[in-house]
Design a protein around this ligand. Structure first.
Ligand code: AMP
Length: 210
């Protein structure tokens, strides 16, 4: 098992690209920290109850809480698999936790999208609460409006995708997560792809870069 980290602002397309690549390539596994946390919130586990308030405000949940979930997934992932790790690490402390786990990071790929485009992208984002497939009302619409192509579930708008919370999430991204770009560049692991060229092209560029 090895790990490719996806870096990029909320709404840069990390989940869409990782989901697409994992569905099209055997041996790639998409692991989203946000999906793990939303799953825990939906189930009402102790971790979910603790995480909920942070997530609704657009803040990061405590490092130890999300790190334990990632540790569990890393431990259960064996064999010839590349894990596309989406949303973790989110700050330098988490990057160090990942190193301490001994997880073999192959590369960190930044999906680069300017803030000016992010707000519009998130405003149009729709998500399947059941299978986690992601859509955009204009850029990536489902075949039937409001319905998931994959499993037929009714699509929802994520609670933290409202404009006010998005602003807060971008502030958190620039303050906490952006330093990871330098961190992985200095380790010689950083790659970067233009995140504005359409989902198929971004996914192809990502696959080449990783
Ligand atoms: P995402 O789906 O990646 O946009 O994550 C949604 C929310 O989950 C974030 O705004 C955070 O509140 C929380 N979250 C996801 N990943 C992490 C992480 N690695 N560290 C702390 N909080 C996280």
């Amino acid at each position: 098992m090895n790990i490719v980290i996806l870096l990029g602002a909320p709404g840069s397309g990390k989940g869409t690209v990782a989901g697409k690549l994992a569905s099209e390539n055997d041996g790639l596994k998409h692991v989203s920290s946000g999906d793990l946390l939303r799953g825990a919130v939906a189930k009402g586990t102790a971790a979910g109850v603790e995480a909920k308030g942070y997530m609704e405000k657009g803040n990061l949940v405590p490092d130890a809480l999300i790190a334990q979930m990632i540790k569990d997934v890393v431990a259960e992932t064996t064999g010839d698999v590349t894990m596309l790790l989406d949303g973790f690490p989110r700050n330098l402390a988490q990057a160090k936790i990942l190193e301490e786990m001994g997880a073999p990071v192959k590369s960190a790929v930044l999906i680069d999208v300017p803030d000016s485009i992010i707000q519009d992208r998130i405003a149009g984002r729709r998500t399947c609460p059941k299978c986690k497939a992601g859509y955009h009302v204009r850029n990536l619409p489902p075949k039937v409006e409001g319905i998931c192509d994959v499993c037929g579930e009714k699509l929802v708008i994520r609670k933290d995708d409202n404009p006010e919370t998005v602003k807060d999430r971008l502030v958190v991204y620039h303050r906490e997560t952006e330093p990871l770009i330098t961190f992985y560049r200095e380790k010689g692991l950083l790659k970067s792809v233009d995140g504005t060229i359409g989902v198929d092209n971004v996914a192809a560029a990502f696959l080449k870069a990783m």
